[in-house]
Design a protein around this ligand. Structure first.
Ligand code: SF4
Length: 278
């Protein structure tokens, strides 16, 4: 299969067709990433993606950038190591909700707190798709999965709110229906200097959708289309009204110094003190 010229520089055509189920949102996210890479003219040899395990964790199979396919929940530690040692590389950690907020939850908190200059691209499909549709930390309370067939008894995390609270300096959300917004946020996140997180509500008609009365790809798209409101409008709503919607857009952006900037400053100070002693 031959890739369109604009994305051929980044897409491993020989790995096609995609592994994902028909109607899965991951192909849409991958397409957006390829177009944003092309728009930014990122050099593939200066770009690194890290992944863990899960459906979206397969994304590195299709990219011509450098990649590290690691263990479950560890995409961010790998990304942190790469960026700390090679500050001029563009580094992205591609994670599902399991990798980012469930198994990888602790690493997520500390990457945000540390403000490491990495972009986390989180495909949130509200369940563990690859292993059979079990519930994760983002599965909405009382919704159905293969391990909560009578309803999920646990509360669910809001990944964007946690990222802001933990210290991330750029946080945004889109859906696989709102592709233009997704690409604008993704580009801004990659350009941002500091820990940036882009959450994408993604379709999993095969598991999450089928268990929750959205069994087709179109049903899932309608869910994103009808439920999303711009974050500014969402914040102005009464609490009761908010229950029927979810916010999309840029939640937070600030210019606190990133980890490498702070580390280099401390390193210079340490070298100056050592110079005084000799
Ligand atoms: Fe996509 Fe769900 Fe299939 Fe995984 S199980 S590839 S998330 S549709």
């Amino acid at each position: 299969m031959k890739a369109p010229e604009q994305v051929a520089r980044y897409l491993k055509s020989e790995a096609l067709p995609l592994f994902w189920c028909p109607g899965c949102g991951n192909g849409i996210i991958l397409g957006s990433m390829l177009r944003v890479f092309n728009r930014m003219q990122l050099a593939p040899e200066r770009t690194v993606v890290t992944t863990g395990i899960g459906c979206w964790g397969k994304a590195d199979d299709y990219l011509k950038t450098n990649s590290i396919h690691g263990t479950h929940g560890r995409a961010l530690p790998f990304a942190t190591g790469v960026k700390a040692a090679n500050g001029d590389l563009t580094v992205l950690a591609l994670m599902g909700d399991g990798d980012c907020a469930t198994i990888g939850g602790n690493h997520f908190l500390h990457a945000a707190r540390r403000n490491i200059n990495v972009t986390a691209v989180v495909s949130n499909n509200f369940n563990y798709g690859m292993t059979g549709g079990q519930y994760s930390a983002t599965t909405p309370v009382e919704s159905y999965t293969s391990t909560s067939v009578y309803g999920n008894p646990e509360g669910d995390f809001d990944i964007c709110e946690i990222a802001v609270a933990a210290g991330a300096t750029f946080v945004g959300r889109s859906t696989v229906y709102h592709v233009n917004l997704l690409e604008r946020i993704l580009e801004a996140a990659i350009r941002h200097k500091g820990f940036s997180l882009v959450e994408i509500f993604s379709s999993c008609p095969v598991y999450y959708g089928r268990y929750n009365q959205h069994p087709t790809p179109v049903d899932m798209m309608n869910l994103w289309k009808s439920g999303a409101v711009p974050v500014e409008r969402y914040r102005a709503m009464e609490e009761a009204e908010q229950a029927d919607y979810f916010p999309i857009g840029v939640f937070h952006s600030d210019d606190r110094p990133d980890f490498n900037t702070r580390y280099e400053k401390i390193q210079r100070a340490a070298e100056a003190r050592m110079g005084e002693r000799t």
